[in-house]
Ligand binder design. Structure first.
Ligand SMILES: Nc1ncnc2c1ncn2[C@@H]1O[C@H](COP(=O)(O)OP(=O)(O)OP(=O)(O)O)[C@@H](O)[C@H]1O
Ligand SMILES: [Mg+2]
Length: 367
């Protein structure tokens, strides 16, 4: 077992009476990874999740958390060391938001000052105003309560977070906000997250890897790209047509950015017969690296001088974090085969071509 694996399930079964509700599951979850489990209702997602922190004991097989067999650990300690977020968050109604967030710290008798500082830090991290700490759960919207739930799960600073349809009960707009906030938060905190959902789009957006379950078995596992390329009929039906566009909506254009396009400065000379590695256009940058247009090689006169009258307009550029789906839409609507990419300071990064987007599908790998 390598040090990078955070949670490992080895041939794990859960049997109720005679029903095998989790059936021979093998799973390795890397440190800092978001692993999403998805599948039809009753396929065993919640059971799998709850076996990790032993809220449900497994029948056979082995579950390791940081290399340690969970059955050999103190169950209370184990649960405290793993954050847990559920759909109806279950905040305690008679406690303030601050008391709810610091509940675990109270149990472990941390000093009051430390508890308050932690509450302040976490309420800010999950995007809520400080004043909310004094409120009661009933004074918050569903989405806000969900954020408190995430803050509460993070209070003990667990390395692992289990999230069971945490955003399942909120409206689509709030859900999108919560997803974005989780992604932003995860960039800073780098927890190991096992995230259960019903929503394929959410899985593509949140997951570094996605595991699809069916009748207790893990039937597919991989990056978004690997999942949509899975040939299994059940998997294909489950993810549905159009999944490709959801995946492409979550991959930034930087994945297919062509950085090796030829660039020159205005006033430079370029032989119109120059070999530009197959490129037909040359991009004209100023001293700061801002692109002011491009010149097709064939438009150069015999002097080869790059002058402003030869520049063709870029007709707009896109930011590096634009999704491939949106870039393809821009190209289709604009009748273009490529778009330049510039950062927030307008510095030229390269171009994205229609072909490079299309080729992504035949490549290996995912997010
Ligand atoms: N205590 C129990 N006794 C017997 N069967 C159970 C028990 N708990 C769960 N099950 C069964 O185990 C199976 C898996 O349940 P689980 O809650 O893990 O499904 P799930 O994938 O999380 O479903 P959902 O998407 O609806 O939340 C279901 O068929 C369920 O009926
Ligand atoms: Mg469930």
């Amino acid at each position: 077992m390598t040090r990078d694996i955070s949670v490992e399930l080895q041939n794990v079964d859960k049997i109720y009476d005679v029903a095998k509700v989790v059936d021979g599951v093998n799973l390795s979850i890397n440190k800092g990874e978001v692993l999403v489990l998805i599948g039809p209702s009753g396929c065993g997602k919640t059971t799998t999740l709850k076996m990790i922190n032993q809220l449900i004991p497994h029948t056979s097989g082995k579950i390791l958390v940081n290399g340690e067999d969970v059955t050999k650990l103190d169950p209370v300690e184990l649960r405290r060391s793993i954050g847990y977020v559920i759909q109806y968050i279950g905040l305690l109604p008679h406690l303030t938001i601050e008391e709810n967030i610091t509940f675990v710290l109270q149990l472990t008798k941390r000093p009051r000052k430390e508890q308050h500082e932690k509450a302040l830090e976490l309420v800010e991290k999950v995007g809520l105003p400080e004043e909310f700490l004094k409120r009661f759960p009933r004074e918050l919207s569903g989405g806000q309560q969900q954020r408190v739930g995430v803050a509460r799960a993070l209070a003990g600073d667990p390395a692992i977070l289990l999230m069971d349809e945490p955003f399942g009960a909120v409206d689509p707009l709030t859900r999108e906000q919560l997803q974005n906030e989780l992604l932003r938060l995860q960039e800073a905190i780098q927890k190991t997250i096992v995230f259960v959902t019903h929503d394929m789009q959410e899985a593509f957006k949140i997951g570094n890897r996605i595991g699809i379950m069916k009748e207790g078995k893990l039937v597919a596992m991989g990056s978004s790209m690997e999942i949509i390329k899975t040939e299994d009929e059940f998997v294909q039906n489950f993810i549905g047509r159009g999944a490709l566009f959801d995946v492409l909506d979550n991959i930034p254009v930087t994945r297919v950015l062509k950085k090796d396009v030829p660039t020159v400065r205005e006033g430079d000379f370029l032989n119109r017969n120059a070999d530009l590695n197959g490129w037909e256009n040359v991009f004209v940058l100023d001293n700061k690296g801002v692109c002011h247009g491009y010149v097709p090689l064939e438009n150069l006169d015999s002097s080869g001088k790059i002058t402003s009258d030869k520049l063709l307009s870029l007709s707009g550029s896109c930011p590096p974090d634009l999704s491939i789906k949106k870039a393809v839409e821009e190209m289709l609507y604009g009748g273009r085969t490529w778009i330049p990419v510039a950062d927030s300071n307008d510095i030229f990064q390269g171009i994205v071509t229609f072909d490079s987007c299309a080729n992504l599908l035949s490549e290996e790998g995912g997010k």
